[in-house]
Design a protein around this ligand. Structure first.
Ligand code: IMP
Length: 178
């Protein structure tokens, strides 16, 4: 099946890399002295971001992944968040950084923070590459945000539309035909 929409570049690969460098310095500042930071990527959208982020971090890190259900193949958010794949490791007493691709309505991040907090980590912080504050339904903000964007549907840099376009090196806006 062909792709019946176009993609306009919104954030270049170069801007993303520069922003990640700056964010890594802030994270190092906050978690300096940590034994080993557990960096938790939310699958699947954060896989490119977490890969670039951990390589910028000058800290001992462990990487783990969690998968929560989100949109299926549609552009509409589902309200119910289910855990499809849980962490492999224990986080009680550990420093944890949750890595999300986009905070949209906020349901996913809020559910994940609630779940992981219940396991009593020493510290739990969150980072999102993108934030769409105008779409928020739950009052939550990541500790760090890469870029605030308007209410647009975006793809690339790990983020998909119906499982496509995750491999674009930049963030682009999906334009549907009229
Ligand atoms: P929330 O629970 O509504 O905050 O949704 C978060 C999840 O929805 C993100 O982790 C993405 O997987 C997905 N999502 C939100 N906005 C977009 C988008 O513009 N493009 C692709 N996926 C999105």
């Amino acid at each position: 099946m062909g792709q019946d929409y176009s993609i306009d570049q919104m954030i270049s690969a170069k801007s993303i890399a520069a922003r990640i460098e700056a964010l890594a310095r802030e994270i190092e500042g906050r978690f300096g002295g940590t034994d080993k930071l557990v960096v938790v990527g939310l699958l699947r959208g954060s896989f490119v971001f977490i890969a670039d982020l951990v390589r910028e971090l000058d800290l001992p890190v462990e990487v783990d992944f969690l998968e929560a259900s989100s949109y299926g193949d549609a552009m509409e958010s589902s309200r119910e968040v289910r855990i499809l794949k849980d962490l492999r490791g224990e986080i009680a007493g550990r420093d944890v950084l949750v890595v999300e691709d986009i905070v949209d309505t906020g349901h996913t991040l809020s559910a994940v923070v609630k779940l992981l907090s219940s396991r009593e980590p020493a510290r739990l912080e969150t980072i999102a590459l993108l934030d769409k504050p105008s779409r928020r339904e739950v009052d939550i903000r990541a500790t760090w945000t890469g870029f605030e964007i308007p209410d647009a549907f975006v793809v690339g840099y790990g983020i998909d539309y119906a499982q496509r376009n995750r491999n674009l090196p930049y963030i682009g806006e999906v334009r549907l035909p009229d």
